[in-house]
Structures are given as structure tokens and as C-alpha cells.
Design a protein around this ligand. Sequence first.
Ligand code: NZQ
Ligand code: ZN
Length: 392
Amino acid sequence: MQQFQYFTPTKVVFGKDTESQVGKLVREQKAKKVLIHYGGGSAKRSGLLDRVEASLKAEGISYVTLGGAVPNPRLSKVYEGIELGKKEGVDFILAVGGGSAIDSAKGIGYGLCYEGDVWDFYLKKCLPQACVPLGVVLTMAATGSEMSDSSVITNEEGWLKRSTKSDLGRPKFAILNPELTYTLPEYQTMCGCVDIMMHTMERYFSHEKDTELVDAIAEGLLRTMIHNAKILLTDPCNYEARSEVMWAGSLSHNGLTGCGRTGDWACHQLEHELGGMFDVAHGAGLAAVWGSWARYVYQEDVSRFVQFAVHVMGVKENPEKPEETALAGIEALEEFFRSIHMPVSISEMGENLTEEQIGELAYKCSFMDTRTIGGFRKLDREDMAKIYRMAR
Ligand code: NZQ
Ligand code: ZN
């Protein structure tokens, strides 16, 4: 096991009706003026926003609201939030929504503490030095942004989707009420399930051998996800299944399943370009590229893919032919993705990539040919193009 740091400062408040505690939780943070940031309107339509505002009022906390964080949240909205936050003297940001509202809130939080252009952090020109404290009322189990150190923003100029990471952006608290996810369309629920699984798999496909406990946690999380995603297909208001998925979402991306090893993250990098250029849903984009990535890299360490096939996908091992077992595991996960109505190719998302677009995706994903991606197998611009081609 490699050296590691594990830092999860987020207070999790889990269960039915927990959003009614939001006022008290904000008060604990000694906030005076809150910016409530939300998405395109689902939180308004469901009445959640009204309940959140009532809870703040009951504690005598003043607030302003800013909606409009879209999936693949835009830099222009972050700028709008920074301007509003400065004008209103905001000292706390409350994100009400999914990963997009949370990531946009993190961007606003960084921008409020920085004299320069907040995009500098996403271009990795420098690291955030401070962030306005954040809280979250989560409405979608997917990104794990409610406990993670990341924020992913899309710059409309050039349609670049980029991330920044800092412990300063980890929310102070996250309210997780699984009932709030009942109103999600099936497609978004399943996109979330894929994203949750991928956050663990990106960490699982690693060359570090001595991670028995972390492997067991990761494999258990993945099996739990497969089991409960299937339940939600036919029974979307099943509280226990929603609960398992929601808690898995937070644990999948708070660092737990990556302790002691170096992750891969190539699929996320490949997907981010698809999200930036074509505005596809993040989880769907991940499902569309994973199988192609896996077939491209599995020979780097066949035994790792055999372990995944047997421990996670329930494939019967053929000790004589490890490659056969490894490939059967890849096929089994793709079959699972199909069964939850997720795409396993880019064309299934309605995008028929031209050679020119493949070139552009690979160019952008390699940061204009200045970086490689992938911890399991290092991939350069040419490899990226080959995987996009396989996945198309
Ligand atoms: O905007 P509203 O109206 O709320 O609608 C949203 C949106 O259309 C809807 N929705 C959310 N909760 C709902 C609901 N509809 C009905 N009922 C509810 N309870 O679902 C749609 C998707 O929401 P969004 O927040 O975009 O989804 P998600 O949570 O998947 O976030 C995706 C973004 O997060 C980034 C992704 O790249 C993408 O930009 N990620 C962030 C990460 C992080 N910060 O740690 C890690 C991830 O790997 C990921 O990259
Ligand atoms: Zn993700």
C-alpha cells in the first residue's frame, strides 16, 4: 500500500426530511449572508427550494438566490455568481441540486476569494488559496461532489471542460435525503449510477497490489450499485435502494476507494471532452467509452481485469485462459450498462463522430498535445484518438 492522506471534513446528515435541518447547519457555520445556488428548476418545482428558504428564515439567516446552473455547468454562470456574491456580501454558499449546481457553487466560492480570473484555477495556472465555505442539499446521487475536492466547469469559449481540485472546496456539510432523488428521470438516475461506479473503477484499475481492504470496499460498493440500480429501474421510489445508491455516491468520490494506490482516470478525461464538445450527460459519456478503454488497456495487467470479472461481475474464472475471463468481465459490465439503458458507444448518444472530430477530441484531451492521461496505462494523443475511434 502506498502512502496516502485521507481528508473528509464534510459533515454528512443522512435520511428522510433532513433538509429541514439546513437552517441550523448554516447557523453552525456562523454564516450571515447565504447564496443559494441551484440548477434549472427541478428544486423549485419540487418545493425543495421553498423548504430550504423556510428553514433559513426560521434561523433568521438572510440569503439571495441564483438559479441556472446547467448540466456541464458554464463559466459564465460562475462569473454571474461571483458578481452577485460580491455585491451582496455573501459569506456562505448553499448548493441545492446535483453535481452541476455544486461544482458551479465551488467555482463561485473560489472566485469570491480571488482577485484574478477564476478560470486560472481550471487551466491549472495556479491553485485556489481560499474558498467561501459551502454546504450542499443533494438532489441527485452521481458525482460525489458533495464530499469531493473537485469542481468541473465548461468554458463556452472553445467549449473546454476543465476541473480544479482543492481541499478548500470540500463542502462543510452535505444533506443527503434519498427521497429527494425520487423525481429524477430514469436516464439521470442511471447516468448517476454509472458515474458512481466509475469513480470507484477509476481508482480500482491500478497497479498497486497490496490493497486488500480497499479492494474489498471497492468491490462491495460496485456490487451494491449493480444490485440497486437494477431495483431502481422498476421501482424508482424504493427508499432503501435510493439510500444505498446515494451513500455509495458520496463514498465513491470522497477518496475512500483510492487510499493507498494511484488511480487511472483516463475515462473521465476522455468523457470530459465529449461533455465539453457535445454537452452529453457525464454518466452516459463514461458508459460509452469505458468498454473501449478497457479493451485497449487490459493487457497491461490481465490479472486485475480477471479479479474485477470474478469479484464484481460474477464471471466464472477460467484459470487456463485469463484473457478470456478478463474479456468476459468487460463484456459483462457492458451488458449491465445496456440493461440499465446506458449507451456503450458514442453513436448511441446520437453523435456520429467524424475523423476530424476525433482529432479535435484527442487534441483537446491531450491539452493541445502537452500531456498524457491514465495511471493504469499511459495514453498519448494518438492512443486517445484510437479509443475514441473504437468507442464511436
Ligand atoms: O438543473 P435541474 O433542474 O435541477 O435538473 C437537473 C439536470 O437537468 C436534473 N435533476 C437533478 N436533481 C433532480 C433532477 N431532476 C429531477 N429531480 C431531481 N431530484 O438532473 C439533470 C442533471 O443534473 P446535474 O447536476 O448536471 O447532474 P450530475 O450530478 O451528474 O452532475 C454532472 C456534472 O458534474 C461533473 C460532471 O462532469 C458534470 O459536469 N462532475 C463533477 C465531479 C466532482 N465535482 O467531484 C466529479 C464527476 O466525475 C463529474 O465530472
Ligand atoms: Zn464522474
